[in-house]
Write a protein that binds this ligand. Structure first.
Ligand SMILES: Nc1ncnc2c1ncn2[C@@H]1O[C@H](COP(=O)(O)OP(=O)(O)OP(=O)(O)O)[C@@H](O)[C@H]1O
Length: 678
């Protein structure tokens, strides 16, 4: 959006470069002041209030250093927050039942100035965080203007992070980079080895957010796809033949080696999903590293070549789509939101080389189609008054030529209100790029005028309830098996619990103990006898009696005592032997117990961990049982509702007959496909 219309003087001096249109927002022929425009046309990613912006700024700073190698804070990055928070306070959300169901506003547009590689003073410069100035053309106001000093992280914080936040609120989000060849689109989106780009930073944020949100019975699935549009043909960059032709571009495909790889993919209007690329692979990913590996693979497949402005110019439009599906386990509902990151090929003047010229023609044609679509959307928005106060128009597809190129067909859902859209327009401020820069500013101005209403994706019931139940039951069984296994592997809490295991070495110990007990009792008995005998022998009266007895009787008594003494010696020897065996058996038992403990520790880390694991498993088991009970209730309710509905519909169906139902279905399909046409 233009902050100040260029003066006549400026226009006459720069008549070779048609100046971007004046803003469409006018009252009684006059243009709104910049402050008025800021508050009336609100980008969809703008935070709700000043406080929320400031809070987010503080919260995001700790993660900054962890995400980039050189966390230098640019002056523009830090000052912009306060500035933007002043003017952009009204997001115009529609609230339904306390929850934001849709967002209304305009496409958010930013300009990024590429650092100059010469000492020549450029006529373009950023005068503040929202204004780009040309010495002669005047000032142009946008949601954000990034000075040449802003690094990729600064750009990500301003335009990438708010989009990820929206993604997790259930909105689709699209970021695309537009600009002339060599102006920094790929640098912004993909970054370099030293400086991560928007794709990497966004993916990291998505996975860190998933880590935070994966509690409270939510589970996430992330899928990635990557396509390119080269010479008006769509290719899957993740399903591609491996060999490159000499010269850096793909000359001929070797699809015979990889089935389906490298084949051109058609675009179709799907009744359920709208516009989609048929056959595009979506690969499941589990970490940001996983995504990056795939994107690197895709990048190596992307067609590049040398142009006058860029030694490694992207010769195709490339779109990375990250699909995040959140499943609420308790309600069994899924919400899928997609983030699309588009690195468009650069607009350029005619190149010398034939191949480059041909590619350039396709690139320019598709960018022209995109420009026309944006221009139409901008005009429709302008005609309806733009701004948040007036409801944005529903774009009749017949007015907007989406079908003029593959790029606009693919971007059609996003531009028709299916997604929050942010565009970053990169410009190279060197003098010989002047006409391309003016074109980019014109495109950006028109994009800034496009207002749209974006609906939040609705949660869908998981299709197969039986499958969910089955999987919960299976989990339950597995948990129970695991608990039993852990209990079996767990060593006894104390030594005496050896008895709990009737087999194995502890049974030997038990047997020996019992034998020992018996022997001890026998020994005690013998000792008692012996004690008696000894006492008797030592007893003076007993001795007197023995002496008084006839010698034969005395001798008999004495021999009895001696017999008892020898029996006692035998028992003592036997007891010593048994005690020796017992101590050996106990040593063996200790060894076995230690081994059992060690085994259990290997299984669970240590005794405490094992106990904890068992406890956690039990808690989880209880939770699953509760969840199962809730599911069962829900199923019952659904089934009874279904029966009721069938009961209610039966007389109606009989009245209408089968033909009427088929007619309704056909009518819906015809209406849908008619709606998508141009
Ligand atoms: N903001 C920037 N800071 C530092 N270097 C940059 C910046 N923008 C671009 N460059 C450098 O300029 C060169 C061209 O950039 P890049 O390849 O990103 O351009 P592009 O717009 O994607 O071009 P094309 O459309 O031809 O693919 C690269 O070497 C890149 O590293």
């Amino acid at each position: 959006m233009i902050h100040k219309s260029p003066t006549r003087k400026h226009m006459s001096r720069f008549c070779n470069y048609p100046v971007p249109q004046t803003p469409v927002f006018q009252t009684g022929g006059g243009t709104f002041s910049s402050r008025r425009r800021k508050s009336s046309v609100t980008p969809l990613t703008t935070p709700l209030s000043t406080t929320s912006v400031r809070r987010r700024s503080r919260q995001s700073s700790p993660s900054r250093s962890s995400m980039i190698s050189s966390p230098t804070r640019t002056s523009s990055g830090s000052s912009s927050r306060g500035r933007s928070a002043e003017g952009l306070v009204n997001l115009d959300n529609v609230l339904e039942g306390g929850t934001t169901q849709q967002c209304r506003g305009t496409i958010s547009v930013s300009i990024r100035l590429k650092p100059s590689d010469t000492n020549t003073r450029s006529p373009w410069y950023a005068s503040d965080d929202h204004t780009i100035v040309h010495n002669d053309l005047g000032e142009f106001w946008f949601d954000k203007v990034f000075s040449p000093q802003t690094n990729n992280y600064g750009v990500y914080e301003e335009i990438g992070k708010p989009m990820i936040d929206k993604l997790f609120q259930g909105y689709n989000a699209t970021i695309f980079a537009y600009g002339m060849t060599g102006s920094g689109k790929t640098f912004t989106m993909s970054g370099t080895r030293d400086e991560a780009g928007l794709i990497l930073l966004s993916v990291e944020q998505i996975f860190s957010q998933i880590m935070k949100e994966s509690v409270n019975n939510k589970s996430y699935e992330v899928r990635v796809s990557y396509l390119e549009i080269y010479n008006e043909k769509i290719y899957d960059l993740l399903n591609y033949p491996s060999a490159k032709s000499p010269g850096g571009t793909y000359g001929s495909f070797q699809s015979k080696n990889v089935p389906g790889a490298g084949a051109e993919l058609p675009v179709r209007d799907d009744a359920r999903h709208g516009v989609r690329v048929v056959g595009l692979t979506e690969q499941q990913v589990h970490s940001s590293e996983d995504v990056l590996r795939k994107i690197e693979l895709g990048n190596s497949n992307r067609r590049t070549g040398e142009t006058d402005y860029n030694t490694r110019s992207s010769r195709s439009h490339a779109i990375v789509t990250i699909k995040v599906t959140c499943t609420e386990l308790l309600s069994g509902t899924d919400t899928t939101s997609t983030l699309s990151l588009c690195d468009l090929a650069g607009s350029e003047r005619a190149a010398g080389q034939h191949e480059r010229r041909k590619e350039g023609a396709f690139i320019n044609k598709s960018l022209l189609a995109l420009g026309t679509v944006i221009s139409k959307l901008s005009a429709v928005s302008g005609a309806s008054g733009g701004g948040a106060a007036t409801p944005p128009p529903t774009f009749g597809n017949s007015h907007v030529p989406y079908r003029d190129s593959k790029l606009t067909r693919i971007l059609q859902p996003a531009l028709s209100g299916d997604s929050i859209v942010t565009t970053i327009c990169t410009i190279d401020t060197k003098p010989d790029a002047m006409s391309e820069t003016v074109n980019t500013i014109r495109f950006a101005s028109r994009a800034k005028n496009v207002s749209m209403t974006v609906k939040r994706n609705e949660a869908e019931a998981t299709h197969d309830k039986d499958e969910l139940l089955h999987s919960l039951r299976r989990q339950l069984d597995e948990q129970q098996d695991l608990i039993c296994e852990l209990r079996r592997a767990q060593p006894p809490a104390d030594q005496s619990s050896c008895e709990a295991t009737p087999l194995g070495p502890s049974a030997t110990v038990l047997m020996l103990r019992r034998e020992n007990e018996t022997l001890k009792k026998k020994l005690q008995h013998c000792e008692r006898l012996l004690d008696k005998d000894d006492a008797a022998v030592e007893d003076e009266q007993f001795v007197e009696i023995v002496e008084m007895l006839p010698p034969a009787v005395g001798a008999l008594l004495e021999s009895k005592i001696q017999g008892l003494e020898s029996q006692l010696r035998e028992h003592r020897a036997y007891t010593a032997q048994l005690e020796q065996r017992l101590s050996e058996a106990e040593a063996e038992a200790r060894l076995v117990t230690q081994q059992a403990r060690a085994q259990a520790q290997t299984l669970s880390g240590d005794d405490g961990t094992l106990q904890r694991v068992v406890r956690e498993q039990e808690e989880e088991l209880e939770e699953l049982q509760r969840s199962l009970a809730r599911k069962n209730k829900m199923l019952d309710a659904l089934q009874s509702a279904k029966r009721l509905r069938e009961g209610a519909l039966r007389p109606l169906n009989r009245g209408l007959g089968a033909g009427a139902g088929a007619g309704l279905g056909d009518g819906r399909v015809a209406h849908k496909s008619g709606g998508v046409g141009t």
